[in-house]
Design a protein around this ligand. Structure first.
Ligand code: URA
Length: 428
């Protein structure tokens, strides 16, 4: 039997007592947790000590590297073009990955977009894509490579071999109140992105009531930490800190968001989704160091839509099939005339989730057609009797719970509340 070089309790006590963890302690505790030698209750205590007492940049960098080392590292060097990837820390109505990946591909840069599923009030890219008839998220590494080489973009599930330490730790953090710790979020996201092997990475760090980091300064700190980790690992990395006080676009829900993404790819769609998609595309192309056309042109001339269709077909999907529609609709009506004062991302996200668009536990199915569609923005004049929102669900018994979530999430008054600019900051 091999002898372990440390005892978990000593590592926990060190962080509890504000000591720096050594490189050897970090390497061991991450590896031993992945092997099952460090128990869940011990890692929970360590995660809480990290949340309360923090980590230095050097500790975070070592922790990230240890998580990368727990699994495989992918490489796209066989591809005929450079790669760029984007990661969002998660928001309501955030369907940007869907139009962005084919758009950047249409401009000459390959996009390997390894994505996840939603949990809680934020939606997951794979859940959205699965609203498309026949589309498959699970691909082998060879299939991923083939889709990427032939279409220029792939959106698929991250395989189990990528940063397995993070998979285990993230599930544990989710049930122990230790998700919102900057060292743990930064190392979780960046270990996966670095292991994925992209050459360039643009981070979209959300801030506002619908984001992990509701305070812009905390979002900036998270962005700075992740950009430094990426650059230190040789990945050209930039972060935009963007607004998530108001939900993005006009829809939150899987099929509803695919519809909106296709509108953007067809040259239309809501202005905020178009603006953020084009801006992120420009950042990705700049980091990758090449561009065959401007992203706004690729939306106008149909080339981004063409890549989308090829990408969906390459994974078994039918891009022309009608999208699922929920069996029941409920309209939310303005009870008086005035100005829409606010529309909180968090309230809309929780309502969409309760209608069946999201899941409360990992592994639960989601409803493809469920979600919220809103027709007004803060500052708009509304008239008594006007439809403000439509709630979509296959299970109408969920509607009262969704309406509860919307209580206070919007208001009608005389003037709009202050809101964040769409782009709060850029960190490079
Ligand atoms: N997304 C991740 O992948 N990890 C986190 O810790 C938070 C968001």
């Amino acid at each position: 039997m091999s002898v372990e070089p440390f005892a978990a309790v000593d590592v926990i006590a060190a962080k509890r007592d504000h000591q720096l963890l050594t490189d050897a302690q970090i390497d061991w505790v991450v590896d031993a947790y992945t092997r099952g030698v460090v128990a869940d209750e011990q890692m929970s205590a360590l995660a809480m000590a990290i949340l309360l007492n923090g980590m230095t940049r050097a500790e975070i960098a070592r922790w990230t590297q240890a998580m990368i080392n727990s699994g495989e590292r992918m490489s796209w060097s066989r591809l005929s073009r450079p790669t760029a990837d984007k990661h969002s820390t998660g928001g309501v109505g955030d369907k940007i990955t869907l139009p962005l990946a084919p758009l950047v591909a249409a401009c000459g840069v390959a996009v390997p977009q390894l994505s996840g599923r939603g949990l809680g009030h934020t939606g997951g890219t794979l859940d959205k894509m699965e609203a498309i008839a026949g589309w498959r998220a699970a691909l082998s590494n060879e299939q991923m490579f083939a889709v990427l080489e032939s279409t220029g973009a792939v959106i698929c599930a991250a395989g189990s071999g990528l940063a397995p330490a993070d998979k285990k730790l993230y599930a544990l953090r989710d049930v122990t109140g230790t998700v919102p710790a900057i060292p743990l979020i930064a190392s979780s996201i960046m270990s996966k992105k670095i292991a994925e092997g992209t050459g360039a990475l643009v981070l979209d760090v959300k801030t506002g009531n619908g984001a992990f980091m509701s305070e812009p300064d905390r979002a900036r700190e998270l962005a700075r930490t992740m950009v430094d980790l990426g650059q230190a690992a040789g990945v050209r990395t930039v972060a935009l800190v963007t607004a998530m006080d108001v939900p993005l676009g006009r829809t939150a829900g899987n099929a509803l968001e695919v519809r909106e993404a296709v509108e953007v790819l067809s040259g239309g769609g809501p202005a905020d989704v178009v603006e953020l998609t084009v801006l992120l595309a420009e950042e990705m192309l700049t980091l990758a160091g090449t561009r065959t056309k401007h992203p706004a042109d690729a939306l106008r001339d149909g080339s981004a839509l063409e890549v989308w269709k090829r990408m969906v077909r390459a994974q078994g999907g039918d891009p022309d099939a009608p999208l699922p529609v929920a069996g029941h609709q409920h309209h939310v009506i303005a009870e008086r005339s005035g100005v829409l004062t606010h529309l909180h991302a968090m309230g809309i996200g929780v309502a969409a989730w309760r209608l069946g668009a999201g899941r409360a536990r990992q592994g639960e199915p989601v409803q493809a057609g469920a979600g919220v569609e809103w027709f007004v923005q803060p500052g708009d004049l509304v008239v008594e009797g006007q439809t403000l929102m439509t709630l979509h669900t296959d299970t109408p018994e969920r509607i009262p719970l969704a309406l509860q979530a919307l209580d206070g999430a919007y208001g009608i008054g005389t003037a709009a509340h202050a809101r964040l600019p769409l782009i709060v900051d850029r960190i490079s």
